[in-house]
Design a binder for this molecule. Structure first.
Ligand SMILES: C[S@@+](CC[C@H](N)C(=O)[O-])C[C@H]1O[C@@H](n2cnc3c(N)ncnc32)[C@H](O)[C@@H]1O
Length: 401
């Protein structure tokens, strides 16, 4: 088949796939893909409507940026393991609003290679006599497995989350796993002995490889550790970052704050068009990755601060520091009133707010509107088949207008 013919064929297949409204057999129990079975166009409309309902008081909502093939996009996959009464080991996800495990063979959201690794680990448990951890009895060893896949480089990280630090025959286990999946580039042991709903514990030990993966995004290389945040949809991330940075309208002269910066991705890409960037992030591992990433990419006009973003900006406001542009990408809980008040007192010309939760975004925009006007509201579908939606908002200082 010629390249042109292949491209046409792929396009047709994708269209069919989308129209076929693939339905996940587990979605009612697992709750991971609540939009499963709904045609993709309709999913996009639902999300656009939701954003419009919450944000229309601030301005016109642009059409949502969707995917051409909205399946198997998640580069980070997490599974929990359990043993049934008959001894059979199952793995998958927790049933909605409970801690019962739904055994999942395949998932429409997850990178297929990662799902295969998770299933094969289930098979290895029996040969290595490793029992899944039982939350009720506190008996057993393996709590979770996390697989991270670097879309551009193909590097794969497997994190085995154990209830205690001693794993019998761990080297042979890794060897057997790598024999089945030679694409795995690193295996990390994470110890989570606490009675908590958090997947990862504090303590980590590298069993194989570098202990992190490296991905490429928009011409830069990013190191990602087990505990660092990294956008889960690599195809849409490019569109999201391009959109956010172009709204920042940088000319090369600006001092930019990248608040809630993770491993420094947005700030580092923006640094090409800015005078200086300061990244602020609370997670120590993410900051360590960010510092390494700046060195790897030879970015000299960026620095990182490991601190609560609100604490950092309040201090910056008290010291009358200057920022021309604030990029902010807080977690689902949104930012804080103190953070917004400090931004208002610093008077940057523009704020680009990237949000994964339109509810908290609406709350924070109300605070911003004292001094800023909303110029652009653009939703992105970062999480097809789920009800989640990402939104980028550009705010301009009323004084500048
Ligand atoms: C949605 S992620 C965005 C990360 C990054 N901008 C990216 O695109 O990869 C939110 C980040 O905020 C960090 N974070 C959460 N609470 C914070 C706080 N109070 N202060 C600073 N960073 C925080 C998280 O660790 C996470 O890395």
């Amino acid at each position: 088949m010629t390249e042109k013919k292949q491209a046409g064929y792929n396009k047709k297949m994708q269209k069919n796939d989308t129209r076929e409204r693939q339905e996940c057999p587990y979605h009612k129990k697992c709750g991971g893909c609540e939009y499963s079975g709904i045609p993709y166009e309709e999913q996009l409309q639902k999300k656009e409507k939701r954003v419009a309902k919450l944000l229309r008081e601030f301005g016109k909502v642009e059409p949502i940026v969707g995917m051409s093939y909205p399946y198997y996009y998640r580069n980070k996959v997490h599974a929990v393991y359990a043993q049934k009464k008959n001894g059979e080991v199952i793995c998958g996800t927790y049933e909605k609003d409970s801690h019962r495990v739904v055994d999942i063979e395949s998932c429409l959201l997850e990178n297929k290679g990662s799902t295969a690794i998770i299933r094969d680990i289930r098979g290895l448990l029996r040969s290595f006599k490793i029992k899944p951890y039982n939350e009720d009895t506190g008996y057993g060893l393996l709590r979770h497995v996390l697989v991270r896949h670097a879309h551009a480089t193909g590097e794969v990280m497997v994190v085995l989350v154990l209830a205690s630090p001693v794993m019998p025959s761990k080297n042979n286990f890794v060897k057997a796993l790598r024999k089945m999946h030679p694409e795995i580039t690193t295996v990390v042991l994470n110890i989570n002995g606490r009675n908590t709903s958090m997947v990862l514990g504090e303590q980590e030990k590298v069993l194989y490889g570098k202990g992190y993966i490296v991905d490429e995004l928009m011409g830069m290389r990013f190191r990602i550790s087990a505990k660092s945040f990294y956008q889960v949809n690599p195809i849409q991330t490019k569109h999201l970052y391009q959109g956010a940075i172009s709204l920042a309208d940088l000319s090369g002269k600006e001092r930019v704050l990248d608040a809630y910066c993770g491993t420094g991705t947005i700030g580092m890409i923006a640094s090409r068009d800015a005078k200086e960037v300061v990244g602020v992030e609370l997670n120590r591992d993410a900051v360590r990755d960010a510092v390494t990433n700046a060195k790897t990419n030879q970015v000299k006009n960026i620095c990182f601060v490991c601190q609560d973003a609100t604490e950092y900006i309040c201090k910056a406001a008290a010291n009358k520091e200057h920022f021309d542009v604030v990029l902010m990408d807080p977690p689902r809980a949104g930012s804080t009133k103190e953070f917004v008040d400090a931004v208002i007192s610093l008077e940057p010309d523009r704020v680009v707010y990237v949000s994964c939760n339109p509810e908290t975004l609406a709350r924070d925009l109300k605070w911003f509107c004292r001094a800023y006007r909303v110029e652009t509201i653009r939703p992105y579908d970062m999480f097809p088949l789920t009800g989640h939606v990402e939104t980028v908002v550009l705010l301009s200082h009323k004084k500048a207008i």
